[in-house]
Design a protein around this ligand. Structure first.
Ligand SMILES: *Cc1c(COP(=O)(O)O)cnc(C)c1O
Length: 496
C-alpha cells in the first residue's frame, strides 16, 4: 500500500512519509491507494480480542512500512493507562437499537484523544524512518480542545517538542486551565494577545518561513503538524468503528442481518470519513448519517450537491462543530469521483476562489446512496439532552445531542429501524453549563460548582481529568504579543 495525493495521483509516498509530512506539497491530502478488506470470519476473530489487539491488526495494513514491534510499541504506548475504561471506545446501549459509542474516556474527555494519543507515536516512529534522527517540533494553534488533546498526546514522547498557542480571551476558563496546567518536559503553552485567526496565521507564517526552517535544521529539528488532515489522525479513528462492530457481534441480540447505521456529529468530516473507510473495509454499515449544528453547510451539500461556505457563521453550544470548511471532505470527493485527482483539484480551486462548488449528478447520486444528513439548532440540542436524560437516564454532551436529534429525524423520515451506532464525542462534563441548563434551572456560582451540581443532580460521576483540574497547578502564565510568536518558539526550543 502506498499513499497518493488527492490532487495529484502521481505523488506516491510510504505511510511513514505521509504521516511525517502531513500534507502533500501541492496541497492535496494523502490517501491509501488500496484498502484492506475483512471477511465476516475476520471480524468474528477480532471480536474475541481486546481493543489494543484489534487496533494492531487494523493498523498493520495501513502502516505497511512499520515493523510489528513498532506497531506494538505505538499501540501499547497510546492506549495503556490513559483511558478510564479498559476499552477506550465502549458501547452504551439505549433500548435495543441505539448503541452509543463513547469516545470520551481519554485524558481530555473528548474523542480527539483516540487519535491524538496514538499520533505522537506514529509520528515519532515515522520521523525516525524518514527524517534521520531529527527532533520533531509540533506547532499547534488552538481554539481549545485540539490543543489540550495534542499536549496530552505528545507529553514526554521521545524526540518531540510541542508548542501550543491559544487566544488569551478566546478559550473557556476550563480549557485555559487544562492547557496552562499541562505536565510534561517537552510541552510549551503560550497565550497570545489576539483571536484564534491570529494564532493560526502566526503558526502558518512560522511553518512556511524558510529562514526558520533552516535554523531548525541547524539544530537538528523539523516542524510537523498534528492537525486533523494528517493520515496519522484518521487511521486510529477507523479502528473504533471496526471495534464497535466487533462489540456488537458479542451482544445477546446483535440484530445485524441488515447491517447498522452510523451517526456522527460532524465538523471537519474526519470522524465520519473514518466510518466510511470502515464500511469500505467490510464493516456492514448501511447509512452514514451526518449531523450538523446551525453551521449546516454539510447538510445542504448532501441534500443539494452544492457546497457553499458563503454564509453566516454561528457560535453555538457545540463549538467543535462550528466549521464552514470541512477539510476532510476532500478525501470523500476523491472517493466519490473514483479517484479523479484533476476533478478534486478543480473543485478545491473553486472552493478557495469562489467559496463554493457543485458536484455533478452522478457524484450526487453516489453521495446520497452513502449519506443522509440533518441538522439542529441550540434550542433543539438542549431539548434533546433533557429528553434523553428524562426518558432513558442517559446524559449526552452538546455535540452528541446533535447526533441523537438528527438520528431521531432520520428514523421519523425514513422508518429505517436498523440498529444505529451513535458517536458520542465529548463528556457532558466538558460542557457543564449547557448540559445543566437542559436538566435543571439551578446553577452554581463557579465552574467547579456546576460540575458538582451536575454530578449530584444526574447521579453520574465526574471524569477524573476534570476532577483533578480543580487542584491543578498553573505552570504556564506567559502571554505574548501576536507578532512575538516566533520568539516564543525559539525560546521554547532553546535556540538563540
Ligand atoms: C472535533 C469534534 C467534533 C467534530 O469532528 P470532525 O472529525 O471534525 O468532524 C465533534 N465533536 C467534538 C466534541 C469534537 O471535539
Amino acid at each position: 500500500m502506498n499513499y497518493i495525493s488527492t490532487r495529484d495521483k502521481s505523488v506516491k509516498v510510504t505511510a511513514a512519509k505521509a504521516i511525517a509530512q502531513g500534507i502533500s506539497n501541492e496541497g492535496g491530502l494523502f490517501v491509501p491507494d488500496t484498502f484492506p478488506t475483512f471477511s465476516e470470519e475476520d471480524f468474528r476473530k477480532l471480536s474475541q480480542m481486546d481493543y489494543k489487539e484489534r487496533a494492531k491488526i487494523v493498523l498493520k495494513d495501513f502502516l505497511n512500512d512499520f515493523t510489528d514491534e513498532e506497531i506494538n510499541y505505538c499501540v501499547e504506548g497510546a492506549y495503556t493507562g490513559s483511558f478510564d475504561d479498559e476499552n477506550p471506545a465502549p458501547l452504551a446501549l439505549i433500548g435495543d437499537k441505539k448503541r452509543i459509542l463513547e469516545l470520551w474516556h481519554g485524558p481530555t474527555c473528548a474523542f480527539k484523544d483516540l487519535a491524538l494519543q496514538l499520533l505522537p507515536y506514529l509520528l515519532s516512529t515515522s520521523a525516525k524512518k524518514v527524517n534521520d534522527g531529527k527532533k520533531t517540533v509540533i506547532l499547534v494553534a488552538t481554539s481549545g480542545d485540539t490543543g489540550k488533546a495534542a499536549l496530552e498526546g505528545f507529553k514526554d514522547v521521545p524526540d518531540t517538542e510541542i508548542i501550543v498557542f491559544y487566544p488569551s480571551d478566546g478559550v473557556s476558563p476550563m480549557q485555559k486551565l487544562q492547557m496552562d496546567s499541562q505536565l510534561g518536559e517537552n510541552v510549551h503553552v503560550c497565550a497570545i494577545k489576539g483571536n484564534f485567526d491570529d494564532a493560526q496565521t502566526g503558526v502558518k507564517n512560522i511553518f512556511t518561513d524558510n529562514e526558520v526552517k533552516e535554523k531548525l535544521l541547524e539544530n537538528n529539528m523539523l516542524f510537523s503538524s498534528a492537525n486533523s488532515i494528517n493520515w496519522g489522525r484518521l487511521a486510529p479513528q477507523i479502528v473504533y468503528y471496526v471495534s464497535a462492530y466487533c462489540d456488537q457481534l458479542l451482544l445477546e441480540k446483535p440484530d445485524l442481518e441488515k447491517g447498522f447505521n452510523v451517526v456522527v456529529p460532524t465538523g471537519n468530516f474526519g470522524n465520519i470519513l473514518a466510518a466510511y473507510y470502515a464500511k469500505k473495509m467490510g464493516v456492514p454499515i448501511n447509512k452514514l448519517i451526518c449531523a450538523s449544528n446551525a453551521n449546516n453547510v454539510l447538510t445542504d451539500f448532501i441534500k443539494t450537491g452544492e457546497y457553499d461556505r458563503n454564509r453566516s457563521f454561528y457560535t453555538t453550544i457545540s463549538p467543535s462543530m462550528d466549521i464552514l470548511i470541512s477539510s476532510n471532505l476532500e478525501r470523500m470527493l476523491f472517493e466519490l469521483t473514483g479517484n479523479d485527482d484533476k476533478k478534486v483539484a478543480a473543485l478545491q480551486a473553486d472552493l478557495s476562489s469562489k467559496g463554493k462548488y457543485t458536484v455533478d449528478g452522478e457524484i450526487k447520486e453516489k453521495l446520497n446512496s452513502l449519506f443522509w444528513a440533518g441538522c439542529c439548532d441550540d434550542e433543539a440540542t438542549i431539548k434533546t439532552i433533557g429528553e434523553y436524560f428524562n426518558l432513558y437516564g442517559y446524559l449526552c454532551d452538546t455535540h452528541t445531542a446533535v447526533a441523537v436529534n438528527v438520528y431521531d429525524q432520520y428514523v421519523k423520515e425514513t422508518g429505517d429501524t436498523r440498529p444505529a451506532v451513535i458517536a458520542s464525542t465529548a463528556s457532558p462534563y466538558k460542557f457543564c453549563d449547557s448540559v445543566l441548563t437542559a436538566v435543571t434551572d439551578k446553577k452554581a456560582d463557579s465552574e467547579f460548582g456546576n460540575v458538582k451540581l451536575l454530578s449530584q443532580l444526574t447521579k453520574t460521576s465526574v471524569p477524573k481529568p476534570i476532577k483533578d483540574l480543580e487542584n491543578a497547578t498553573v505552570r504556564f502564565k506567559e502571554i505574548c504579543e501576536k507578532d512575538q510568536m516566533l520568539k516564543a518558539v525559539y525560546k521554547a526550543l532553546g535556540i538563540n
